[in-house]
Unconditional design. Sequence first.
Length: 322
Amino acid sequence: MQTADLANMSDKLMLSTVVLYIVAVVAYAADLGFGRRRQPAAVVRTEAKVLVGADGPDETVTEVVAAPPAEDDRRRIDWARLAVVLNVLGWAAHLGVILSRGLAAHRWPWGNMYEFLTAIAFAAVTAYLVVLARYKARFLGAFVMVAAVIALGVANIWLYDSVGPVTPALNSYWIAIHVTAAIIATGSFTVAGAATIMYLLKSRREAAGPIPEQSVWSRVPGVEALDRLALRVTTFAFPIWTAAIVMGAIWADEAWGRYWGWDPKETWSFVTWIAYAAFLHARATAGWKGRKAAVLSLVAFACLIFNFFGVNYMFSGLHSYA
């Protein structure tokens, strides 16, 4: 296919991705609100008699069986399955956006802010699908997918850039290593941030009193589970972010003749690293849990977001080409 055709395909797949993600958000929200709930087990007493001894007394056997689904439940839409299917279809279209964009440009497809934000949104959705498969964390779906839709909306409305060559400084194999690591880490930190926000909201709701069985919050795991999930994802992402900074320094020496120059992007990448390191250190040594740890995690996430948006538009530096 010609470059123009591939670029056009990428743009059309982007539209399909956004539509699928939006519908997935609705389905995830519907699942949280009034999706199918587990049926309680039904206790059935049988009259079978068991002989304990030669002259032993009779005993009644109690058998626990699952209650049959009600007629309304059979007719109810399975919002959870619909949400996951739409999510996976959107993820596939999103992958097509990145691949067709890269083939059209004949390079790694994250050479400008539009491509970089698109890739970060893809990494966040991928990280969520992995967490969904491993920890059954469907409750995070609406939050992560809203973030992905917002990111893709910003990318298409304000950051869109036509397919073309990149700045010579980016024309290096390091873009496939350094930038890819930063994308994976940022996407994973986004999932951890969503889990942390849900932790704060759930803990506040629990402090207000008992949660009704039909409440949305009854579908969300306890605060301890949310806390552990956020910690696990952050622990996964932090070494990747560390590697991205180290590899960026090596690339800087190759491109600009120095490893570190306190460029605004370098400075805020390091500030973000310090914030997440402080969070993990506090959890490991000081035993921080609960609200204090969650607030520190959100401070680190705020540094990450500012590093991406604020630094690129508020400061000038060697990374301004992004």
